[in-house]
Design a protein around this ligand. Structure first.
Ligand SMILES: [Zn+2]
Length: 354
């Protein structure tokens, strides 16, 4: 009896001690991770030779504001509104109207009206905004008392910043001479090449179980193996090679550094367009790779995806510390893909100096 009681007590002590050790270990781990995070952040800033000097000095000057950047974006702008505001922007520029609209400003204003949920969009809000702008008011006048405007403007600028603007179309004539023409309009492309079929549905946030339980942070575009994959926007190749989840994948950062485009599950044996390497630049509309079904394997060049598709994702980067962290900001690109169907590329030849 006494013996049993002793065991009972020591069991309690053991349990108590275990909990205590666990708690202590958790606290130590938490602090060491917090420190690693901030030191990674510094490392990123030093190592990242791509980040401009002005960016670095901004970081240093505003060391107090180091954590003052956008941490989360729920991008739910509908196809209807992407389409409407893009037309207003492009038409006002190409027709050289007195009042030129900026679609990102229009969207940010509307987000203030609908609380960032475009399901609540009211045409009346857009009509009022346009008539105020026509009367000569500026977007600054109309939003100066709204504390959320700058958040939406910065978020949507990060998501859509490289889509509409000036671009140059180069045409090569039969005699080999090149002509170039300046244009204004939609300059981002659908990632699936022109004349190739694909299907998709809004699968952002669906659960995935390979490796560990996680959510789907992109949009799967189902198509045939070998379909040419197009660079949506010009930028710098940051990652090219095998990744356990994405298989053969390519990651391209926009020149303004705000968008990281992720194209994954590329074709077995022949994943990439010739001559591409990390650090090289690609042009919007250029072929960067081929659709496949690689991934879900530690071993390279393995087809472990059931249905051939391109996994396409856009990660927003407001601060370099958000890259490869638990705080990555990926947006739902379903409506963006629908919108980009307007601009498809057969794949231009790149004349960049590779
Ligand atoms: Zn996917």
């Amino acid at each position: 009896m006494l013996f049993i009681k002793t065991i009972k007590i020591s069991k309690k002590i053991i349990i108590f001690t275990t909990i205590l050790i666990f708690l202590l270990a958790s606290i130590i781990l938490f602090y060491s991770f917090a420190n690693t995070d901030s030191s990674n952040n510094d490392n990123n800033l030093n190592i990242s030779d791509n980040s401009t000097n002005s960016h670095n000095s901004d970081e240093n000057d505003n060391s107090d504001k180091k954590n003052d950047f956008i941490k989360w974006v729920d991008f739910n702008v509908t196809y209807e509104l992407l389409d409407k505001t893009a037309k207003l922007d492009i038409d006002s520029h190409t027709q050289n109207s007195n009042i030129k609209y900026n679609w990102i400003e229009l969207l940010a204003y509307l987000a203030c009206k609908n609380g960032g949920n475009f399901k609540n969009f009211k045409q009346k809000d857009l009509d009022t905004l346009l008539s105020e702008l026509q009367k000569g008011k500026t977007i600054e006048d109309l939003t100066k008392n709204n504390k959320y405007y700058s958040y939406y403007y910065e978020s949507y600028s990060a998501a859509l910043g490289g889509f509409i603007g000036n671009y140059t179309v180069e045409t090569e004539l039969e005699d080999g001479t090149k002509t170039s023409e300046e244009k204004y309009g939609l300059k981002a492309f659908l990632p699936i090449a022109k004349n190739y079929a694909f299907s998709h549905y809004d699968d952002f946030g669906n659960s995935r179980s390979y490796g560990f339980k996680r959510t789907h942070l992109g949009n799967d575009l189902m198509g045939s193996i070998g379909t040419p994959i197009i660079a949506v926007e010009s930028g710098t190749i940051e990652h090219l090679g095998w990744n356990q989840y994405g298989g053969w994948r390519i990651g391209i950062r926009s020149f303004d550094k705000k968008r990281y485009y992720y194209y994954a599950h590329l074709r077995k044996n022949h994943p990439y367009a010739e001559g591409l390497e990390e650090g090289y630049t690609v042009k919007a509309g250029e072929i960067i790779g081929y659709l496949g079904m690689t991934g879900y394997s530690i071993k390279e060049n393995v087809n472990n995806i059931n249905v051939p598709h391109l996994h396409f994702g856009i990660q927003l980067v407001f601060d370099e510390s958000q890259i490869d962290s638990a705080n990555e900001v990926w947006i739902d690109v379903y409506n963006i893909i629908e919108f980009l169907k307007k601009n498809r590329s057969k794949g231009i030849k790149s004349d960049t100096s590779f």
